[in-house]
Design a protein around this ligand. Structure first.
Ligand code: AMP
Length: 593
């Protein structure tokens, strides 16, 4: 399973998905460049129609690697940016991931480095996170896979220096890295920057959010003065404009505006669950929400087995998979729309383009293959301007896919717990009271039934000597039925899943501080638990944490509660209701540098 699609990703999008991610290209300051258009094609005429990249004048090795990847036509940002970069112009681009921006800068830079024989790097790409650095370096590698002796090296924190140093000693064309580690290598003299003639700042807004401004400026100051500058950012706040003004020279400006995505109305959540507990977890989720649900699974076989299990638990369910004839599928969707069925268990292919307004919840029972599949799945809810919820099941081995998914969709997916017996029972109680109350309101409106009910009441009182409370109890008993009302099966497995190692990876040493949900596992109400993304792997000890907190904030050592250090994160109990300023300081604390 791979999260990152590496071929045909944009070409193969189905109509529905394109609608979700519609983008609009706006070009400013960009005149058509005749020089580029008039460049001789370097390949034979018969190849021309096969590859929309030929117009750029790319050499055959690049065209071959693009063919290997299955790219047929450049995306809008590539059409706009490639000619400018080939000309050596500076560029300011506003574009999100998913638009093809990496190839937009990588391809012209590779083209310009064809036949580069020099030892030291010519291009430096700076990214906010190591995940992005790896991703961008992989892109450079794959676009240059057919070019002989082209070398890309990724340098980022959290890994050993030795491999990076030895890679930097050999011939390098492109270095991709995160600011901190780039600085370290420059300072140590292990990254020779005298040959750099192009600097790319990728996801510049994210780098600023992470507090890298000073580092970036320091790095820029070290680089040779004459260089091409490329700045990509998903948003264009003033700080980014200021950097552009300060360092870019008459840049071409490209804006790929994202049309407001429906996914913004969808609250995205995930829960950890081991494979053998998935069905139980699903049933528990459906206890809280079972009207208008679509459950995505990977195989046709699974659609039927899950549907059967849910039906046995009393839900109205239907299956949507590739084996079901089209007319029957339409019928199923129609019944879902009308509310005759509440839950649909589907495969991705069968649910393509499904548009049912009443879908309130999407369950990703099996992890999606890639971000496009995920975006499509969750887009089945939140239709027509309504809000919706999407829950993703994640097992231990899928943790890093979750991180990749968050990075590539630039969305924070919130963690939730599998509902415990207590929560389910509270919900059941709430529903029962609601039903009885609604039924009493409905009865007031229905004159015909009202007369019937009064007759039944009289009858019960006279012939069976029942009083009001006896009758009410018997009526409620009738509603409940003879099955046990409360769930009381062993739910200790839930607490185990909820307390398993929930490391959500430190994105490049950025101490993301999270107020953890302590509902079930902490007794003392005067404390709140905070999560810090450093742990045993960073060599952190209790004393380090206490001294950092005390030194950076006004929190007294004695008022710090329990401290738990896990492999790469730590949980620290701190007094409840800390001042906002103190919380901000906590976000920035560094332990052992
Ligand atoms: P990016 O915005 O650079 O993260 O790219 C998003 C995805 O689109 C990546 O999976 C690329 O491999 C893919 N991609 C980029 N350019 C093209 C293209 N011209 N045709 C097809 N897929 C592309």
């Amino acid at each position: 399973m791979a999260l990152k699609k590496d071929s045909n990703s944009l070409d193969n999008e189905q109509e529905e998905s394109q609608n979700d991610n519609d983008s609009l290209l706006e070009l400013k300051n960009l005149e058509k460049n005749t020089e580029i258009e008039s460049q001789p094609l370097k390949v034979s005429k018969e190849n021309y129609n096969e590859n929309g990249f030929i117009d750029f004048g790319f050499n055959q090795s690049i065209l071959n690697s693009l063919r290997n990847k299955g790219y047929k036509n450049p995306t809008p940002i590539q059409k706009a940016a490639i000619p400018e970069l080939l000309l050596g112009r500076d560029l300011l681009g506003q574009a999100q991931t998913g638009t093809g921006k990496t190839a937009a800068f990588a391809l012209p830079l590779i083209e310009k480095l064809t036949d580069n024989k020099e030892l030291n790097a010519k291009v430096l790409v700076m990214t906010p996170t190591r995940e992005l650095a790896t991703q961008v370096a992989e892109s450079f590698k794959s676009y240059s896979s057919e070019s002989s002796n082209f070398k890309t090296v990724a340098i980022y924190g959290g890994t050993d220096y030795r491999n990076q140093i030895s890679a930097l000693k050999r011939k390098v064309d492109v270095v991709v890295g995160t600011p901190g580690r780039i600085m370290d290598h420059i300072r140590q003299g292990t990254f020779k920057i005298n040959g750099i003639n192009c600097l790319v700042l990728d996801e510049a807004d994210e780098m600023l959010n992470m507090g890298f401004l000073e580092d970036i400026e320091w790095i820029i100051d070290q680089l040779p003065e004459n260089k091409q500058m490329v700045l990509f950012s998903a948003t264009m706040p003033n700080e980014i404009r200021n950097i552009a003004k300060k360092y870019l020279n008459d840049p071409a400006e490209i804006l790929i505006k994202s049309v407001k995505k429906e996914t913004q109305l969808i609250s995205q959540k995930f829960l950890y669950v081991q494979r053998h507990h998935k069905l139980d977890a699903l049933k528990r989720i459906l206890e809280l929400n079972n009207e208008g649900v679509i459950i995505f699974v990977r195989t046709k076989l699974l659609t039927t087995s899950i549907a059967e299990a849910l039906e046995n638990s009393g839900h109205t369910v239907a299956v949507l998979n590739g084996d079901i004839p089209q007319n029957q599928r339409e019928n199923t969707v129609d019944r879902l729309k009308k509310g005759f069925i509440d839950i649909l268990v589907a495969t991705d292919v069968a649910a393509r383009g499904l548009d049912v307004e009443r879908i309130k919840l999407v369950v990703n029972y099996d992890f999606p293959f890639d971000k496009e599949t995920y975006t499509h799945r969750i887009g089945r809810t939140g239709r027509a301007g309504r809000s919706g919820e999407a829950i993703l099941f994640v097992n231990q081995r899928e943790k890093h896919f979750l991180r990749n998914l968050e990075n590539s969709t630039r969305t924070k997916i919130e963690e939730i717990n599998i509902p415990s017996n207590k929560i389910i029972n509270e919900k059941r109680m709430e529903k029962l009271i609601e039903n009885v109350n609604e039924s009493s309101l409905a009865q007031e409106e229905n004159e015909e039934n009202k007369a019937l009910i009064i007759d039944v009441l009289d009858n019960l009182k006279e012939k069976h000597s029942m009083d009001d409370s006896n009758i009410a109890m018997a009526a409620i008993n009738l509603v409940i039925g003879n099955k046990a009302f409360f769930v009381n099966e062993d739910d200790s497995w839930i607490h185990k899943q909820n307390s398993t190692d929930r490391n959500r990876s430190n994105r490049n040493g950025n101490n993301r501080l999270r107020n953890s949900n302590r509902r079930n596992n902490y007794q003392n109400d005067s404390f709140e638990t905070y999560k810090f993304n450093f742990g045993k792997f960073d060599g952190v000890r209790v004393a380090n944490i206490i001294s950092s907190i005390c030194n950076s904030t006004n929190i007294n050592g004695r008022s710090i509660g329990k401290i738990q250090i896990f492999n790469d994160y730590s949980l620290v109990d701190l007094p409840r209701d800390l001042h906002k300023e103190t919380k901000n300081k906590l976000k920035k604390i560094k332990v052992r540098n």
